[in-house]
Write a protein that binds this ligand. Structure first.
Ligand code: HSE
Length: 307
């Protein structure tokens, strides 16, 4: 293979109870990237559209990952890369993760599928470090594996792919305010009271079980976050209103997507998602803050080859 074009999905990390350990990929929103083998070694970015990102190959998450993989594989060729961002960086929908995961996937295809998904996740985590300073796996693993994932362990890295109930839909609103992941991590509590920790890990168990058994009520009951959400929600204007109205309109639950500011709501079925979409849209339309909003299925297969 000398050329490929891919779709790398946006992702919702944490999913309320699973801070840094759960995530899922969305179907409707993501980046498009192309990879062309070149005879001269090294990586170059020939075009970036849809966002103002660096062309510096050591600082761009995508090119940094491709470079690392080519070095690791001692490749005798180089890669020319194009990136079209389908959603904004800093949204909380795994923008750098989509680039980093897409880069790992694309370069691996040019290398003849040398690496497995776990190895691709490790390469993509390096891209996350380049982009935001931490080797977080939840977004990149969701993009690579598709569907829901659980980061069962960071050291050694262990990713568990979880099933996606057929009727599950996500509605996500991105208020146009900027939150840096680093700032959103700086406000996290250093310690969690045991009582809250018990609730949190019980909910992760509940969510995982609900995904396996298509138990939407159990999924709903489990979408509770006592760790990150209380510390972060003040960064997101009208968070409580959106959450309350989404649940009133029938959402199974709502929370902060990754480090925000996007707010996600999970719903059962298209009709419910439509109602929740309207309710969230109306809530934000009353404010002076610009926003974008979408509804999506959960993307069960992860990164897709387009050409
Ligand atoms: N799990 C991460 C966080 C996702 O919430 O900080 C953002 O990279």
């Amino acid at each position: 293979m000398d050329y490929l074009k891919i779709f790398s999905p946006a992702t919702v990390a944490n999913v309320s109870c699973g801070f840094d350990s759960m995530g899922f990929a969305v179907d409707a929103v993501g980046d498009e990237m192309s990879f062309t083998k070149t005879s001269s070694k090294g990586v170059k970015i020939t075009n970036i559209t849809g966002a103002n990102l660096t062309y510096d190959i050591d600082k761009n998450a995508a090119s940094a990952v491709v470079q690392k993989m080519l070095n690791d594989a001692k490749a005798d060729f180089g890669v020319a890369l194009t990136i079209h961002k389908g959603f904004k960086p800093g949204s909380g929908l795994g923008s750098s993760a989509a680039s980093a995961a897409g880069a790992a996937f694309g370069a691996n295809k040019l290398l003849g599928n040398r690496y497995n998904n776990l190895e691709l996740t490790k390469f993509a985590m390096y891209g996350e470090e380049v982009a935001c300073g931490s080797q977080i796996a939840d977004n990149v693993a969701a993009a690579i594996y598709g569907g829901f994932i659980l980061v069962r362990s960071y050291n050694p890295l262990e990713i568990v792919k979880l099933p996606v109930p057929k009727e599950l839909r996500v509605v996500a609103i991105h208020p146009q305010v900027e939150i840096k992941t680093k700032d959103a991590r700086d406000v996290l509590p250093a310690n969690v009271p045991l009582k809250n920790a018990i609730t949190q890990w019980a909910n992760v168990g509940g969510l995982v079980s609900g995904l396996f058994t298509d138990d939407y009520q159990l999924i709903s009951n489990s979408l509770v976050d006592l760790v990150a959400e209380p510390a972060r929600k003040s960064f997101i204007p009208f968070f409580d209103d959106v959450k309350t109205n989404a649940v009133k309109a029938g959402a199974l639950g709502a929370g902060i997507s990754g480090s925000g500011p996007t707010i996600f709501a999970l719903c059962k079925g298209d009709k419910s998602a439509e109602n929740v979409y309207k309710s969230i849209q109306e809530t934000y339309a009353k404010t002076a803050i610009d926003f974008t909003i979408f509804t999506s299925k959960v993307n069960a297969e992860g990164i897709k080859i387009l050409e």
